[in-house]
Design a protein around this ligand. Sequence first.
Ligand SMILES: Cc1cc2nc3c(=O)[nH]c(=O)nc-3n(C[C@H](O)[C@H](O)[C@H](O)COP(=O)(O)OP(=O)(O)OC[C@H]3O[C@@H](n4cnc5c(N)ncnc54)[C@H](O)[C@@H]3O)c2cc1C
Length: 662
Amino acid sequence: MLTISEIAGFAGAGLAGAAYVPQISHLIRARCSAGISRLAFGVWLLASVLVTARAIVIHAGVFIALGGIQTVATALIMLYATRYKNTPCPVHLPDHAGGQAAIVVVSRDASARELLFRELSKRYGADYQIVVCDRPAELAARIRDLRRAGQPVALVMSGVGGQDRDGIEVLSTIRPIDPTAVRVAAVGWGDWQSVRSVFDAATRGTVDHWVTCPVQTPAEEFHRSVTEFLREWSSQRDGGFEPVQVFGRRWSARSQELRDLLSRHRVPAGFYDATSGRGRRMLRELGLQSPELPVVVLRFGPKRSTLVNPSNRQIADAFGVMTPISPGEVFDLAVVGAGPAGLAAAVYASSEGLRTVVVEHEAVGGQAGTSSMIRNYPGFSQGISGATLAQEMWQQAWSFGTRFLYMRRAESLSGTDGHYRLRLSDGGVLTARTVVIATGATYRRLGIPRLEDLQGRGVFYGAAASEAPAMRGRNVFVAGGGNSAGQAALHLAKWAGHVTILVRAKSLADSMSDYLIRQIGSAPNVDVCYRVQVADGTGTGHLESLVLQDTLSGARRSVPADALFVLIGSQPRTQWLGDSVARDRRGFIRTGLDLPADAGRRWPSPRPPLPLETSMPGVFAAGDVRRGSVNRVAAAVGEGAATIPLVHRYLHTTATRTQAAA
Ligand SMILES: Cc1cc2nc3c(=O)[nH]c(=O)nc-3n(C[C@H](O)[C@H](O)[C@H](O)COP(=O)(O)OP(=O)(O)OC[C@H]3O[C@@H](n4cnc5c(N)ncnc54)[C@H](O)[C@@H]3O)c2cc1C
């Protein structure tokens, strides 16, 4: 005979099972994500085992007591079952779950959670595991579990407002656990108060982005933002599609240069240490025993190319995207430099029918391309990475018909009214009727021989966004007090154990934007050291320590350092121009109204110079290279675009003059 408690136990188990039938396999495979704690799940399993045991073992006193325990456990399971009965299974388990990235939704609000889960599952369920968490306190453990299981976390989307008053704090705890997960605040439409606090959090850097919760189906606005966040996350990741593979020594300056160049061009590339077992094996498979390094393998197109210790130009040529310039070809416009100013000039020129060529000797995007996140470029309320902006502008110019010559430097400019000639570093000559000089500026060097020797091996000029993930847990220094130094420090702080900003002045107020100063102030692993400069450093294979000098007392001290990023001001890239165009004392190009102030200029035309026109008629300057420019991406783009109506005007005037002379 069964006791009453046993009958209740069996009935409870049956009911609980029935309530869960559609989800039971998911529940077993993804216990945590279903919101059922380890303990409850364990009890449920134990109870089930006991029920089964009870059914097959001869009736005895001990099983009557166990039947009672099982009844209580089943009641608990039923509570959970009732709670989750009508929610979709919170876990999408793909066929090949191993390594699949996760999108984690965290909210106390069941309807918001369900809405976000449903939308995200519909669009991204095939490629990402969508995980929901209803208790913010468990988020950290959940993320750690996923990472332990080899599943990177792409996005953490937290509700903010309503029942999720602490949503921003929840997001602010993620960085130490997962430095690359993109932290997104999801706000209800019309909750302006929460939106304000999210804006402030984005300024402080405690959240990366925000999104309005979906309000209609299909929720295209919502998905547009989410896709953009996922793209940002995936662009930081190694592995996967590798159309290019590079084999080199880990700490060599050349390896670092190639990594930087490829990442600035957004070319997915795999990097292999040629001295590691795997690197040597892969090289042997390519038929290379001990080749000169680096080796670059292009794995796309009809045939694979293996380049041994190639120059940048050889790599660019092997890519096959350049159309050769025929001898005697004359362009309407030659643009020197493919930073924001040069690219904007190219977009407008080619879209308006001018035959345009751009010469670039490093990476498309110029300085802007090295910025991890540009927050003040109009039109991108969530900010945009410099490399993405550059890539979009480059594709736009290319699609309008601009021709590009990569990895070539313009070495001189000559010519008279009519035709200008640019002599290039590959020995070629470009001929054009007008020229836009957009060669920007470059960072000042420290000029300390020991540290110059360590460039690329712990010492980096510029923000070197591609190096940031390698700084995980390291002790990093940033020299400089400007906006670019501030941005670099905050970007590095995502990975580094500690970042110290070294500033010669006694405060940052005169040199850095207030929003950055506030972000630095609230970053737990960033410190600022005032009235200090880098005096020396040591390191054999790579940087090991820095010698810092107090600018007031002259006292020196040595500190251990894994890396130094130098952002101490810039100088214009105009040496190549010689005295062909008028420049100021520091080398910046004078243009338009600024020209008459230059006593040394020779303006050969009876007409006054056009705005942005240099001392050579028909040659214009735009962006950071120009005296008086304001060193902003938007300003450079504006100046680049503004040169094109002037180019038209110049070409029209010269054509009219030629006709009149004829
Ligand atoms: C790390 C960092 C972060 C920044 N963040 C921001 C920001 O958040 N917001 C903002 O508004 N601004 C920011 N800036 C400033 C902004 O990037 C610059 O003002 C802008 O890039 C200037 O554009 P440009 O086209 O004039 O020059 P550049 O961007 O310097 O581009 C010049 C290009 O010309 C090429 N070149 C030079 N000489 C030659 C030659 N002889 N032949 C062929 N090519 C040549 C160079 O390789 C380069 O690609 C940042 C700068 C840096 C470095």
